[in-house]
Ligand binder design. Structure first.
Ligand SMILES: [Zn+2]
Length: 61
């Protein structure tokens, strides 16, 4: 199953804010809207998973 990867590393998993400024470095994610901090790979993985679940219309959260 393919999902659109364009914003997966830019979207805050906590508040949903999308900005390229959220990606402060290759491995770091810092949301400029809510201040959420995470590893960029974790953010990407969470967002890809969520996008896949939405596409399946089986999103539990
Ligand atoms: Zn946020």
């Amino acid at each position: 199953m393919a999902v659109d990867p364009r914003n997966t590393s830019r979207r805050c998993p906590k508040c949903g804010h999308i900005a390229k400024e959220n990606r402060t470095a290759q491995e770091k994610f810092h949301c400029i809207a809510c201040g959420h901090n995470a590893h960029a790979d974790t953010v990407g993985a969470v967002n890809v998973l969520r996008a896949g679940l939405v596409r399946r219309e089986a999103a539990p959260a």
